[in-house]
Design a protein around this ligand. Structure first.
Ligand code: 1HN
Length: 348
């Protein structure tokens, strides 16, 4: 149904507008349709792709141009032009960055209010230490750095290491709740982060002293996630989407509170139609090639490519290979939207 047109600002006498301004008042009706559009939100988040082969040389160049001491974190931000590049946002809630750590380098310890995760893209020998737990980084691993936990990165290997950072920084910043505390190097207390949680269905439970950690699992090794997807595909061939969610093994909740993470396997030649959901979604190609179509855009993701799609649009994923499976990592803001009561799925 067509909504009636409302009065414009220009329809009001200038002296009245000036009187409102002088008292920090604003008439709602000229802006009502903008803040409350009919049927579906307007989205600044534009379908955007960041091919890895295009950004990799520039990231390595940053390694030559800017020493760690001058960067703290050496990152090229994957910015969505729809929001304005300077806003450093992939979507309204999600920040994406590609971080480079060179052999021997160290990114100093700090902790902050935004939550981070890292998806390892290339290289061996780097690690991140989170509240004393040393997590080795291997391609495809997902490493959590939940709000408030100390973290620093080191690199004992011989080749550059690159990972994708996904943070809820834009929403925490918008809430005026974003800040950092600097710290000194941590003492490593364990290099087996979350290993005790690696067997599905059982959790550590000493009878007398059980005290569940709020973020028990900080590292989700790709080898295990990949195996889970392949087992799912083999044992439940009827499932529509071969997809696993990264969860907190203590309570089954999303791994983090604001952003949600999953891994998807597309069988050879498979096309998967996802219904429109209210959350924005990021896709990062771990293995293979997937074509992502949504909102009139079509991206051919090669390995290590990343793209972002706005919410409220159906998305189609197609594995371009007829012989190999393809593996995709996803991030979205569904956990936040569910908690706020605004999450929707619009069936196809
Ligand atoms: C941060 O702490 C890291 O620890 C990476 O590696 C990217 C972007 C914005 C704010 C904090 C890191 C970040 C960040």
């Amino acid at each position: 149904m067509q909504l009636p047109e409302l009065g414009r600002l220009e329809d009001l006498p200038q002296d009245y507008r000036d009187a409102l301004t002088a008292k920090n008042l604003v008439p709602l009706w000229p802006s009502l349709r903008a803040v409350l559009p009919p049927g579906k939100p307007t989205s600044k988040t534009r379908p955007t792709v960041w091919p890895y082969q295009g950004l990799r040389p520039l990231l390595l160049q940053a390694g030559e141009l800017t020493p760690m001491e001058k960067a703290e974190r050496r990152v090229l931000v994957l910015a969505n032009p729809g929001h304005g590049l300077e806003k450093m946002q992939a979507s309204a809630t999600m920040y994406l960055g590609m971080q480079l750590l060179l052999p021997g380098e160290w990114a100093p310890a700090h902790r902050h209010t935004p939550n981070a995760v890292r998806m390892i893209v290339e290289g061996e020998g780097a690690y991140t230490t989170i509240d004393g737990e040393k997590c080795m980084m291997q391609r495809g691993d997902l490493i959590l750095t939940p709000t408030g936990l100390w973290h620093e990165h080191g690199h004992d290997g011989s080749e550059p290491v690159v990972w994708l950072d996904v943070l809820d920084l834009p929403i925490i910043y918008y809430m005026e709740a974003s800040y950092v505390t600097e710290g000194k190097a941590q003492t490593v207390i364990s290099d087996a982060a979350g290993l005790a949680y690696q067997r599905g269905g059982v959790v550590p439970a000493p009878v007398f002293t059980r005290n569940a950690a709020s973020f028990p699992m900080l590292r989700y090794p790709w080898a295990d996630v990949r195996a889970a997807l392949q087992t799912l595909a083999q044992t439940q061939p009827e499932v529509e989407a071969v997809q696993v969610a990264y969860i907190n093994p203590e309570n089954g909740a999303d791994a983090q509170k604001i952003l949600g993470f999953s891994a998807l396997m597309l069988r050879p030649g498979e096309t998967l139609r996802l219904p429109a959901r209210s959350c924005a979604t990021v896709f990062h190609q771990i293995e293979g090639n997937v074509q992502v179509d949504a909102d009139g855009s079509s991206f051919d993701l090669a390995e290590a490519d990343t793209c972002c799609m706005p919410g409220y649009v159906p998305i189609t994923l197609c594995n371009r290979s007829s012989s190999s499976p393809a593996f995709v990592f996803t991030a979205d803001d569904a956990p936040l939207q569910r908690k706020l009561g605004v999450y929707e799925v619009r069936p196809l």
